[in-house]
Design a protein around this ligand. Sequence first.
Ligand SMILES: [Zn+2]
Length: 204
Amino acid sequence: MMSNQVHDLDVTNANIPIAISARHCHINEEDFYHLFGRKAVLQKWKALSLPGQFASQQVLTIKGPRGHIDNVRVLGPFRTETQVEISQTDAIKLGVAPPIRMSGDLADSESITLIGTNGIRHKKQGLIIAQAHIHMAVSDAAAFHVKDKDIVTVEISGKVRQLHLMNVVVRVSPDFILEMHVDTDEANAAAIHTHSIGKLIKME
Ligand SMILES: [Zn+2]
């Protein structure tokens, strides 16, 4: 097959549950204790759909040159690097220009100031806008005829608006359950809410 050929998939059962990621902060141990104090505990407030991941009881304030946003949820468990994920709308409010990236790809990402109940931390990098992606189990990837890191297009349709979101990254792991993650700007653009469904429409 030509590599640039558009390949229409069999769309039978191609429905993908969509989860909308609000702005949040993955945190490393050092930053957590600096921001919330030595006695703070990173513990589960709500489970997230990815196994082992949780929303903690902590929230922090993020601050940029133009403004700040309160009540940004801290997620656990601890990561090696602190990573804050916001939307483009948030970026405008803060006066920052984070790159659109996959989680963990933080080289030369945007700087951000974190304000906790116990301290302030200025991070030289770690602020990104998360690239839309689909978590898939190995069996899902086989059913969709895609593999890890493939770039696909997904139709996300609210009741009134239909949107084709391009440059969606496929992520395959035995630990994943089938779920597409979009940010609040992408969800609002399609006027979708929780429990919406996306359709994988083609490979690029
Ligand atoms: Zn995700």
